[in-house]
Design a protein around this ligand. Structure first.
Ligand code: CO
Ligand code: ZN
Length: 340
């Protein structure tokens, strides 16, 4: 499957944090016989292992997306909702939300004196029910919903969808798995993790179980190339980003240098990323057990955590190439690391 088709399928799937099963079964189907071992853990992380010599590398992309949870149903059948992950109530007005049973609701707000009053207590979800009884047949307290937007190709190679964060990362892993040859220098465990948006929860138990020698997260990052954006070095379409730091991890210098070496050797364009907020699975992996040297490969993405996240195909293609080349190379030796 071309990466565009994988991305379309994965971004349109329902998968807020804790309810990743649709995404997980899609990915399982895509991987089929491409890996030596495939299994799930107690929290729902999907592990896909390619055997190799020597060391163990864990590469993680999260399956979950931001969403909302039903907190109250009123007598007229309107729902009150709360965030699951970093989602802004302002960006939800007029948006459609979808439940796992395909039920669709739209978000609006109570009468406001000032726009700044617009917060979770002031917004509600209309699911087309006229009273409490009808609404209760459709939803329960605690049900989750995600954004409902189709994948679009805005122009050649410019993709627009919900949940690019982090189905773009999942699509890259799937593509790389399909391209890897039979013999690998290191064993690689691809983890499709759960509950990243709630604080890197899935990656934490996954790293504990797998005990990797190295960790790598593949996730989206924000960009600074839009009108009066917050200062940020990364732009769309200038190549994948090699993370230096975010709020969850200082990437290990040896891993970072190794990524740069591989990119330069293969003439792959890249950007350095310093993200002043947010985190990735690398944040959980590098703190596992006695510490795991970790890095992150980031996909530049506009409007992260909105219904219309944008990525560029060339960034995806180069990210696939860089990850593939990294997994075909010898990673920096443990002795070098221990010398630090
Ligand atoms: Co996110
Ligand atoms: Zn993410």
């Amino acid at each position: 499957m071309a990466i565009r088709d994988t991305l379309k399928k994965l971004t349109e799937a329902y998968g807020p944090s804790g309810e990743e099963e649709n995404v997980r079964s899609m990915i399982r189907d895509m991987l089929n016989d491409q890996v030596d071992q495939i299994f799930e853990d107690n929290l729902g992380n999907l592990f896909a292992i390619r055997k190799g010599q020597k060391l163990k590398v864990m590469v993680s992309a999260h399956m979950d997306e931001i969403g909302v949870i039903v907190t109250h149903i009123d007598e007229n059948g309107f729902l009150r909702i709360a965030p699951v992950g970093g989602i802004s109530p302002r960006l939800l007005i007029g948006q459609r939300l979808r439940f796992n049973n395909e039920l669709i609701g739209t978000v609006y707000h109570e009468k406001l004196k000032e726009l700044k009053e617009l917060d979770w207590p002031k917004i509600y979800l209309d699911i087309g029910a006229d009273d409490l009884e009808t609404a209760k047949k459709l939803v329960k307290i605690g049900d989750l919903a995600c954004l409902d937007q189709p994948f679009k190709e805005q122009r050649e190679g410019r993709y627009l969808a919900k949940a690019m964060d982090d189905r773009a990362g999942c699509a890259i892993l799937v593509e790389v798995i399909n391209r890897l040859p039979a013999e690998l220098p290191h064993e690689v465990c691809f983890v499709f993790s759960v509950q990243e948006e709630l604080g890197l929860r899935g990656a934490k138990t996954a790293a504990y179980r797998y005990e990797p020698d190295f960790g790598l997260a593949v996730d989206v990052t924000t960009v600074g190339d839009t009108p009066k954006a917050a200062t940020m070095e990364v732009s769309l379409g200038k190549g994948p980003a090699i993370k230096v730091k975010d709020n969850s991890v200082l990437c290990h210098p040896l891993i970072r240098r190794f990524m740069v070496d591989v990119a330069e050797k293969n003439k792959i364009p890249f950007q350095y990323e310093v993200l002043t907020r947010g985190g990735t699975d690398a944040g959980a992996i590098h703190l596992s057990r006695e510490g795991v040297p970790s890095g992150a490969l980031s996909i530049p993405c506009r409007y992260v955590h909105t219904a219309s996240e944008i990525v560029d195909k060339s960034d995806l293609d180069y990210a696939v190439l860089l990850l593939e080349k990294m997994l075909l190379s010898s990673w920096p030796q443990m002795e070098e690391i221990n010398l630090r």
